[in-house]
Design a protein around this ligand. Sequence first.
Ligand SMILES: Cc1cc2nc3c(=O)[nH]c(=O)nc-3n(C[C@H](O)[C@H](O)[C@H](O)COP(=O)(O)OP(=O)(O)OC[C@H]3O[C@@H](n4cnc5c(N)ncnc54)[C@H](O)[C@@H]3O)c2cc1C
Length: 385
Amino acid sequence: MNRNIYMTDELQAIYDQTVAFVRAEVTPVGDEWEQAGRVPREILTEMGELGMLGLRVPEDRGGLGLGPLASATFSEALGASTFAGFDVTVLVHTDMAAPHLLNAASEDQLERFLPGVLDASTICAIAVTEPDAGSDVAAMRTRAVRDGDGWRLNGTKMFITNGVYGDLVIVAARTDPDERYGISMFLLEHGTEGFDVATKLDKHGWLCSDTAELVFDDVWVPDENMLGAEHRGFYEIMKNFQNERMVLVGMGVGAAQEAIDLTLAHTQGRSAFGATLFDLGAIRQRMGMNQAKLDAVRASLYHSAWLMEQGVDATKEISGVKAWGAEVVNQIVYDCVQFHGGTGYIRKTAVERIARDVRILPIGGGATEVMLEEVAKRSHVGSGR
Ligand SMILES: Cc1cc2nc3c(=O)[nH]c(=O)nc-3n(C[C@H](O)[C@H](O)[C@H](O)COP(=O)(O)OP(=O)(O)OC[C@H]3O[C@@H](n4cnc5c(N)ncnc54)[C@H](O)[C@@H]3O)c2cc1C
């Protein structure tokens, strides 16, 4: 039986296969990847061979040609790995960076880069955030100035996932200094002169995901590597924001469900006060409420994905579930650590890792407060019907 009304047999199969894949190939070895601070390329190549990197790529270009519901499904299923550093490595590639290619690339760019996206020989990153411009995207300072048949890039990008070990970075840079939204996007390959990883950042969670500070020092980018139209980059970035936010919630839902299941197993197996921890009313009731809350976040996530799939502007719904869902996921995981007792505070227990990993969800890809503004902007009498 399919898990919800939005799920087709095909999506259910993707969900089942992805959960089975991460449980067999990721969960048992994720600790080693966390210590190494990277996801090995081989696992991504394997996913490419299984067609997992092309869910959103059109069929005539070698993918499955599926829509936002497939991304919601895939992201939730990846969450079962309990290694969100792995999940985000994959999802930045498939759902946060590569969609910009699909949305805006020329035929030549698609031919050059898409095969590598599908087989994992070209792992992608998206570089928007800067040291002094995060939530306020349009405040970015990285400049691209015309120079012959191309552009000279100068600036710094911060917190860039897949920025250390990836291959292709989609960089947003200011091309019109007089216009707040005068931004363009560029395709920048690692190895380009003047383009360097300044720092591999050490993080609170997502330990096997690589996060970079990137610097561009007079980097020359040819015209054929401009992605989309000149000065239209800000709008291109916005175009994929809903998808990006949706998969962040998806991986949070998957992870929180694992945390709940681990907590049920722990509390139902642990003797205390003549019965088990789970027999204590306070714990049973709170875990019941946590499951009910997570089911509501999940339903809201899939409903928002379905709206997007119909071509409806779902900014209000996605922003809402990103704000509320990411916070609910954190509250749930907080309880899961609590009910594990001391065990939940010990490194390398899954629930301790999940608690660190989910903390970024209310910050990354649009902080809760920014998301609530998006909802509030669209709120007027009757807008909730
Ligand atoms: C591990 C990790 C991976 C990331 N990966 C990428 C990536 O691949 N590519 C990329 O471009 N970026 C990436 N980011 C950046 C991420 O999207 C930003 O951190 C996020 O958008 C917030 O920006 P900031 O950190 O500059 O915080 P700021 O913009 O300085 O905001 C700080 C806090 O202020 C509050 N705030 C901000 N704006 C408002 C407002 N309007 N109203 C009320 N309160 C507000 C929020 O609580 C927010 O958390 C990543 C970040 C991390 C930590």
